[in-house]
Design a protein around this ligand. Structure first.
Ligand code: NAD
Length: 496
């Protein structure tokens, strides 16, 4: 059985832990590897290594830190398809979708290559006579990343490249459900020439995370995952006086105005709702049809019904299995609840099974209409290939509905009317808005800006905010005396 190693102080080592978590192939639930639950001593070694490495890394020239990222980006590109294949095998994602997962991570590494410009501070000359003020951004120290299963390449790459380029060292605790992809990312990071201790990887679950959250040497915590865990991590990290950014669950609405381009809407909604088996934090899980656009629901349902789940290397497959049997049982029970609570199940994927892979976590595409706000399928993040269709009479009603929802990760509007789009973009209480773009994930020169229960913290992931999250500002006020030395003590707070 393949044992996933820990990465501590520049070495991949076998854990001495007696506790392991099985990593399974979601297509058939065969165990393909085992991830260790790092021991107390191993956790301490990882933190000590990161602490020690920070002493020298913080003094390495910023251009040299950028060059490490350039070499890393080149290696990631050269190994792009190979990483995507590992990713597909442990997540079940289709190969094309897995390539997108890797590519969107590489784009963040490209952002980290710009670190000299991103670290620039501010200056003002002559804030008082002969006095200048300038600021620097300096790294924090040991930073921590805790990542979810659904983007095992992209989300680790949201975190450690930018943190390390900014001069920090990093401890990653990847999802225990797909740790092989982050391990490969780390191998390539070492191959790019990363000095030992810059990136450490520990495996496990709540105990290992809590160790990192309570440790006095860890300074900042980046988390992506579910709402309850995100709340626990935000509260624990901040209780322990650490900086935290926690990206959590979502319920993303797409509003369809009757003047929208119908073909564009339907094509976009198919991929945005059931793509990746709905296991995307930016998946569209609620389609809000305004007025006559409701007449398109049957055609949308027909199109979604045609999407076939399949194996990662099946070119005809629209999406793969869910990550685990637990996730499958949860989605099936939500579909059942949707039926019992009175929604109309236009397409029912609960009986789907892939011949020859009956033990896998398969759920077929599912579409509900007549969904109302009080139903469980509307209130819960389903995280499966399930689209809920809601009908309202006006744009105002659609905006009010979306704004009542406790989540605020992403949303989109489809319309041909600029004024409607402008009103939506302005009034909607959601952090990422697409206009005729179904899944508006910003590229890394912007930041990933979820709101409300989809994010706890203030500085978001990547972009300028990501750099600010991983750095501290130092402001210097300096005077070099020439011959006009002020006479006598200054007993006030003002500069003279
Ligand atoms: P999860 O919360 O179960 O796990 C995330 C991480 O937290 C894992 O590394 C896990 O080991 C760790 N963890 C689990 N329980 C813990 C506990 N009690 N204490 C400390 N750590 C714990 O999430 P998941 O199922 O892997 O991922 C799916 C969720 O992630 C969905 O809710 C999805 O919306 C969300 N997500 C959000 C974003 C975003 O940007 N907002 C992006 C991707 C995924």
């Amino acid at each position: 059985m393949k044992q996933i190693p820990l990465l501590i102080n520049g070495e991949f080592i076998a854990s001495t832990s007696q506790q392991h978590i099985d990593v399974t192939n979601p297509a058939d639930n065969q165990v393909i590897a085992q991830a260790p639950c790092a021991t107390h001593e191993e956790m301490e070694s990882a933190i000590a290594s990161a602490k020690e490495a920070f002493k020298t890394w913080r003094n390495v020239a910023v251009s040299e830190r950028a060059r490490l990222m350039m070499r890393y980006q080149a290696l990631l590109k050269a190994h792009h398809d190979e990483i995507a294949e590992i990713l597909s095998q442990e997540t079940g994602k289709t190969f094309d979708d897995a390539k997108g997962d890797v590519w969107r991570g590489i784009e963040v590494v490209e952002q980290a290559m710009n670190i000299p410009a991103l670290m620039m501070g501010e200056t003002v000359e002559n804030v008082a006579r002969g006095i200048d003020t300038y600021s620097y951004t300096q790294p924090l120290g040991v930073c921590v990343g805790i990542t979810p299963f659904n983007f095992p390449a992209m989300i680790p790459l949201w975190m450690f490249p930018l943190a390390i380029a900014a001069g920090n060292t990093f401890i990653l605790k990847p999802s225990e459900q797909d740790p092989m992809t982050p391990t490969r990312l780390a191998e390539l990071f070492l191959e790019a020439g990363a000095p030992k201790g810059l990136l450490n990887i520990v495996h496990g679950g709540a105990d290992q995370v809590n160790h990192l959250l309570h440790h006095e040497e860890t300074r900042a915590v980046s988390f992506v995952g579910s709402v309850p865990v995100g709340q626990h991590i935000y509260k624990t990290a901040t209780d322990n006086m650490k900086r935290a950014q926690c990206f959590a669950g979502a319920k993303n609405h797409s509003v369809i105005m009757p003047d929208a381009n119908k073909a564009q809407v339907l094509n976009n909604l198919v991929g945005a709702s059931v793509g990746a088996a709905g296991q995307r934090c930016m998946a569209i899980s609620v389609a809000v049809f305004v007025g006559d656009s409701k007449d398109w629901i049957p055609e949308l349902a027909e199109m979604i019904a045609k999407v076939k789940p399949g194996l990662w290397n099946d070119k005809e497959a629209g999406f793969g299995p869910l990550i685990s049997d637990k996730a499958k049982q949860r989605v099936l029970s939500l579909i059942e609840q949707g039926k019992q609570e009175g929604a109309t199940c236009l397409v029912d994927g609960s009986d789907f099974n892939l011949p020859g892979y009956e033990q896998g976590n398969w759920v077929g595409p599912t579409v509900f209409s007549n969904v109302t706000e009080d139903m469980t399928i509307y209130k819960e993040e389903i995280f499966g290939p399930v689209l809920c269709c809601v009908v309202v009479d006006s744009l105002e009603e659609a905006i009010a509905l979306v704004n009542r929802n406790p989540y605020g990760n992403g949303t989109s509007i489809f319309t041909a009317n600029g004024a409607a789009a402008r009103k939506y973009q302005h009034e909607i209480e959601v952090g990422q808005v697409g206009i005729n773009v179904p899944i508006p994930v910003p590229l890394p020169f912007f930041s990933f800006t979820g709101w409300k229960n989809s994010f706890y913290g203030d500085l978001h992931a990547y972009g300028k905010q990501g750099v600010r999250f991983y750095t501290e500002t130092k402001t210097i006020t300096s005077r070099w005396f020439e011959d006009d030395i002020p006479q006598g003590p200054n007993m006030t707070i003002s500069l003279r």
